[in-house]
Design a binder for this molecule. Structure first.
Ligand SMILES: C[S@@+](CC[C@H](N)C(=O)[O-])C[C@H]1O[C@@H](n2cnc3c(N)ncnc32)[C@H](O)[C@@H]1O
Length: 221
């Protein structure tokens, strides 16, 4: 599905989020813990690499992976990517090619919801984080404030799939899958409990756009 939308993925992100998506990614990067010269940061489900590039801009030594080659191969071609020396890789978030406690911080933006077993994904993320290391998950959620919740649901179920199909050029209905996956996704409290069970203590949950997007920040015990 992601391979089929890769060529227009960035453009659609900007258009469908009304230009807000990069500000949410920047808010995540702003919560990076202090990094020593040897500390490394991992961006998972990196897609076309926007978070990885923002992390590198902030001075982090970054590794970034995604299991969809068509998405991740676009990242090194982006402006400024070559100078950063990011370690791009194609790989599965459920089985990472790293030893335990390798990373000081780990980010995943709009990715955990798409991992086949999110609980197992969180356990694997906890494994590669060093003790005290920080996990930051940026994900969609369901807004709860009426009437915005009603407007938002009209937008994601009616408007977004039509625009997505028109502009992505993809025959696969990725932009119909998106609202369905968001509606089936656990709310902030449930996600915090899932993290807690895997040794990740939630220290902040920051809502954007009246709860349509939530940034979950958790530190490994
Ligand atoms: C919506 S995109 C998000 C991309 C990027 N993080 C961003 O902020 O735009 C979700 C990405 O998750 C990747 N993905 C889903 N399951 C994965 C897994 N098990 N391992 C690695 N990548 C995965 C997909 O290939 C896709 O590129």
């Amino acid at each position: 599905m992601f391979a089929s939308i890769a060529p227009r993925y960035d453009l659609l992100n900007r258009v469908l989020s009304l230009g807000l998506d990069q500000s949410w990614r920047r808010a995540m990067v702003a919560r990076l813990p202090a990094l020593g010269p040897e500390d490394r940061v991992l961006d998972l489900c990196t897609g076309t690499g926007d978070v990885a590039l923002a992390l590198a801009d902030a001075g982090a030594r970054v590794h970034a992976g995604d299991f969809c080659q068509e998405m991740v191969q676009r990242a090194p071609e982006k402006e400024g990517a070559k100078e950063h020396g990011i370690g791009w890789f194609v790989g599965d978030a459920l089985s990472l090619p790293y030893a335990a406690s390798t990373f000081r911080a780990l980010t995943v933006a709009f990715g955990l919801r798409n991992v086949e077993h999110p609980g197992n994904g969180l356990a694997e993320m906890a494994r590669v984080l060093s003790p005290g290391g920080r996990l930051m998950v940026l994900e969609f959620s369901k807004p709860t404030v009426w009437p915005f919740s009603a407007l938002y649901s009209f937008y994601v179920f009616r408007v977004l799939p039509t625009l997505g199909r028109m502009f992505s050029g993809s025959k696969v209905d990725a932009y119909r899958y998106l609202p369905e996956s968001v509606w089936n996704w656990p709310g902030p409290e449930e996600l915090a409990a899932m993290m807690n069970e895997r040794g990740l203590e939630v220290v902040e949950q920051k809502s954007f756009l009246l709860g349509a997007v939530v940034l979950h920040v958790a530190d490994k015990r």
